[in-house]
Ligand binder design. Structure first.
Ligand SMILES: [Zn+2]
Length: 303
């Protein structure tokens, strides 16, 4: 059995966008005529059926904003018997939006108090943030397995760095308050990531879609984090791989389709291809890789 520990199949808007954007490359369609090539082939039911046929029996739908997280929650409830779970997260790209726009004055006051009373602050953090939104608390039960994806993303510069740090700290606090693991999205921001974590020594989770240096891989492993491996590994082989004992398989579907299927829409069934690739480069059998990575995901997310 395999687990897709990171997908966005609940997000129909993104699927439709990706579909219309690339039209799946007509040439590639001819090359891989067995692959679905109509938007009708990407209904949730068909995506899930293909996942199950590929041995992917559990999948986690990842929230990227408050609204998107609630969509993931509803999707997981609807397809609970099919092995669908969800996570609550606000992506760093959203840092300037929803959460702080909705922040009440008592939240700000609380933040300020916490910041002033913090112990062991790191050079970059604004302090330990707190204050889960009531909307979130009301939806906590039922198949919520993690807080994520959350983190820091400086690919487009650091103009909103402070907002990102504040949001990230709130999400770390939310995970701590609810004893949940985290799904981290970190791009070009590992120094700040490790600095913020000094205030959250008990944080546990997975660095999703790791794409950084061997040094930052080692530091992430030293924090006892798991590392998410997806299709990126198949077409960016320079990215360092974690030991299997610390690897989680994921797709990030509909993005990051593994080679040789680039140019088509990704989906949880493709975890199988990531597994096959790892087997090729590590020399371990696919069965062994499936066994280890599935156990890792089950332990981390308690699924
Ligand atoms: Zn994602």
């Amino acid at each position: 059995m395999l687990i897709d520990s990171h997908c966005h199949i609940h997000d129909r808007g993104t699927y439709n966008y990706v579909f219309s954007h690339q039209q799946i490359g007509k040439k590639l369609l001819k090359k891989y005529p067995d692959l679905p090539h109509e938007i009708d082939d990407f209904t949730p039911e068909k995506i899930i059926a293909r996942a199950h046929a590929a041995g992917v029996n559990k999948m986690i739908c990842i929230g990227t904003s408050h609204e998107d997280s609630l969509a993931a929650r509803d999707f997981a409830a609807k397809y609970a018997k099919d092995g669908v779970f969800w996570s609550y997260g606000i992506h760093p790209d959203e840092a300037a939006d929803s959460l702080f726009a909705n922040m009440t004055s008592s939240d700000s006051e609380d933040l300020r108090r916490r910041r002033e009373s913090r112990i062991g602050s790191s050079p970059v953090t604004t302090g330990r943030a707190t204050g889960a939104s009531e909307a979130l608390l009301s939806c906590l039960p039922s198949r919520l397995v993690a807080i994520g994806e959350v983190g820091l993303d400086y690919r487009n510069g650091t103009a909103n760095r402070t907002a990102q740090l504040k949001l990230f700290e709130r999400m770390l606090q939310l995970a701590e308050d609810n004893n949940l693991p985290l799904i981290f999205h970190i791009r070009d921001a590992f120094d700040d990531f490790f600095a913020v974590l000094k205030n959250f020594p008990d944080a546990r989770g997975v660095v999703h879609s790791f794409s950084d240096s061997p040094e930052n891989l080692k530091k992430s492993l030293d924090q006892n984090f798991y590392i998410g491996v997806n299709g990126l590994a198949t077409f960016a082989p320079e990215i360092p791989l974690p030991p299997l004992e610390r690897a989680l398989l994921e797709t990030d579907a509909p993005f990051l389709t593994p080679a040789p299927f680039r140019g088509t829409i990704n989906e949880p069934a493709r975890v199988q291809d990531v597994c096959a690739y790892l087997s090729k480069v590590t020399g371990e059998s696919e069965a062994k890789i499936a066994e280890i990575t599935t156990k890792n995901a089950e332990q981390l997310f308690k699924i």
